[in-house]
Ligand binder design. Structure first.
Ligand SMILES: *Cc1c(COP(=O)(O)O)cnc(C)c1O
Length: 336
């Protein structure tokens, strides 16, 4: 299966009116910080609060009538997208999640009428359950990232960014399984071959970053993180997103929990935007000076808003938060 720009353009038609056209807005504060035009693609404004609706809709709307339903594993947002799409089609949806999934994400999926199964402590274990459901109950499994329809759906973000601002030179993309970065890179480089694409993820359990370094997918540990949406490996049998990210990303950058915390505060206090940790890693990388050749205009994808609000309000109040056994110290904003 070779994906092309045409698949992404077709996905845009399929999802049109449901999951398209989020605003692309300037961030005056970030522009000032980096001395370049800095733009935010607000995928936090999707109806499910995250970009994952694009890929999930594109995949679920393509399924034939009369199937028993759909299943997936998810750290939260893909499951919510699948639940939304399955509800539109009147289909059963079963979302398999690990025990470290935030309760806010479990609740969001259940509120859309899908079943949630909590299995094991990792995305891998949750994935084994979704594959079993596919085998034994005839549900169709939709991978959160390694699926051509999902990748094409996420890629539609690049069409919108470059239609609105063809002059964008650098695109900073949150990176986990690589459905988002793979789809965006595929479309963006087809339209503008010299655009710079930077994948950003957290420094603990960086599956795609490790895979690119090792030359093949590897197992990575999973941690409780502010960027819970970025946890989990890329699958040892990864077919699509590993080659896409390896071949099309110019750079991968890792950020720490402290840097993610600081970026969440900047986005909230300066731009008045509520985003989850996984969504702000592009800002975090720039604020930490970790993007070596930052050519502007720069755009980043604010990929979701589905944060645990108890934790979010603590971060904004400058209080410590617990991440598993790690204490992330509070910082008041603006820093002194
Ligand atoms: C899933 C997700 C990502 C990462 O997307 P991948 O396709 O897994 O790389 C980033 N941010 C948010 C909010 C997500 O839900």
């Amino acid at each position: 299966m070779k994906l092309s720009l045409l698949d992404v353009q077709n996905a845009a038609k399929t999802i049109s009116g449901q999951a398209d056209n989020t605003p692309l807005v300037p961030s005056p504060f970030m522009s000032e910080q980096c001395g370049q035009d800095f733009l935010l693609k607000l995928e936090n404004m999707q109806p499910i609060g995250a970009f994952k609706l694009r890929g999930a809709l594109n995949a679920v709307l393509a399924l034939p009538d009369g199937i028993a339903g759909v299943t997936c594993c998810s750290s939260g947002n893909h499951g919510r997208g699948i639940a939304f799409a399955a509800k539109m089609r009147g289909m059963r949806a079963v979302v398999c999640m690990s025990s470290i999934a935030p309760q806010a994400k479990v609740d969001g999926i259940r509120a859309l009428g899908a079943e949630v199964r909590i299995i094991g402590d990792t995305q891998d274990e949750a994935n084994i359950e979704s594959l079993r459901l596919a085998r034994e109950e005839g549900l169709v499994e939709v991978s959160p990232f390694d699926d051509p329809a999902v990748i094409a759906g996420q890629g539609t973000i690049a069409l919108e960014i470059l239609a609105a601002r063809p002059d964008v030179e650098t695109l900073l993309v949150p990176l986990s399984g690589g459905g988002l970065a793979g789809g965006v890179a595929l479309a963006a480089k087809a339209i503008k071959p010299d655009i710079q694409l930077v994948g950003v993820t957290m420094d603990r359990g960086a599956g795609m970053h490790e895979a690119i370094r090792a030359g093949k997918p590897t197992d990575v540990p999973e941690f409780v993180s502010l960027a819970d949406a970025l946890g989990g490996g890329i699958g040892l049998d990864n077919k699509l997103t590993f080659p896409l990210c390896r071949d099309l990303l110019d750079e991968t950058v890792l950020v720490t929990e402290e840097e993610i915390r600081d970026a969440m505060q900047v986005l909230f206090f300066e731009d008045r935007i509520v985003a989850e940790g996984g969504a702000v890693v592009g800002l975090a990388a720039v604020l930490a000076g970790k993007v070596p050749d930052l050519r502007g205009p720069v755009a980043t994808i604010i990929s979701g808003r589905n944060a645990d609000m108890a934790r979010f309000t603590k971060i904004m109040a400058g209080e410590d938060v617990m991440l598993g056994d790690l204490v992330l110290p509070g910082r008041t904003y603006p820093p002194t």
